[in-house]
Design a protein around this ligand. Structure first.
Ligand SMILES: [Zn+2]
Ligand SMILES: [Zn+2]
Length: 178
């Protein structure tokens, strides 16, 4: 969990954001706090910040109905939450320490995008490309953007998705002409 523990009051404020867009489930408890408690119960392992970011992601997505607690949790778990996320200085320290916040510590999540280590199939971090590029930093190994041409990144597959990287664009155009 990265951030403040989720409380029913905190969850209630976020559910209200969803209620502005989605119809309240007919079988939901009438009391707003009781309704929020159902979400807190399921989302025990996510922080308030992650819950908030997860709700924002849900609102940005194609979801047509009021999300179930498990749906918010799944999205929230993917969110960076609070902490040193986006901190360029912390990124330099993290690299210096061999992907650790402190030299003696365990491998820790990326301080730029908040992504943590996972087995896929070996230990690695799948960085959030948009966050890294917004700060002008490389993705280092793997990221969630298939066309990423950063150092050591997986090769770019053929795609019709528009790209914002001019170098990649030039390479693609040259490839087509050959
Ligand atoms: Zn990262
Ligand atoms: Zn990338």
């Amino acid at each position: 969990m990265r951030g403040t523990p989720l409380t029913p009051l905190g969850a209630m404020a976020e559910l209200e954001r969803l209620l502005r867009v989605h119809r309240r489930p007919a079988h939901a408890p009438a009391d707003a706090i009781e309704f929020a408690k159902d979400y807190v119960e399921v989302c025990r392992d996510v922080s308030l910040e992650q819950f908030r970011q997860g709700v924002t992601e849900y609102l940005r997505g194609p979801g047509r109905f009021f999300p179930k607690p498990g749906e918010v949790r799944a999205l929230a778990l993917e969110q960076p939450g609070a902490g040193s996320v986006g901190d360029v200085g912390a990124f330099a320290t993290w690299l210096q320490n061999g992907y650790r916040a402190t030299p003696e510590g365990a491998l820790s999540a990326c301080p730029v995008c908040g992504q943590d280590w996972e087995w896929a199939p070996r230990m690695k971090i799948i960085h959030r490309h948009v966050t890294h590029r917004a700060l002008g930093l490389p993705c280092l190994g793997a990221c969630d953007e298939l066309r990423c041409l950063g150092p050591g990144i997986r090769s770019a597959p053929v795609s019709t998705v528009p790209i914002d990287d001019t170098a990649a664009e030039r390479a693609a155009i040259q490839g087509e002409g050959a």
